[in-house]
Write a new protein. Structure first.
Length: 95
């Protein structure tokens, strides 16, 4: 949760580094450049995935496309955080 950022051109996000942490320990790292290389393909693939299930993203929602092969399994008691540098940190506690 936070204030939406609407005035930032997508090209500015290429240099953004994102660090993923599980229970405070770094588990992955990615950059905007990695994500944006294939962003159109990723969104098209996601759209087809939803369409096959007769679903859609409601207006006003954000589609977050991750970069790299990082797949984590979270269990009760763990905390996951994604640090987006100057844009802030998103943290989830699994209870």
């Amino acid at each position: 949760r936070g204030t939406p950022v609407h005035d930032r051109p997508l090209a500015d996000l290429r240099g953004l580094e994102v660090v993923a942490r599980m229970n405070g320990a770094e588990v992955g790292r990615s950059s905007g450049e990695q994500v944006m290389r294939d962003i159109a393909e990723a969104i098209a693939g996601f759209s087809l995935y939803l369409n096959r299930r007769a679903r859609q993203v409601p207006p006003g929602n954000l589609i977050a496309i991750g970069g790299g092969p990082l797949i984590l399994q979270a269990v009760v008691g763990q905390t996951f955080a994604a640090d987006f540098g100057e844009l802030g940190v998103v943290e989830m506690a699994f209870a």
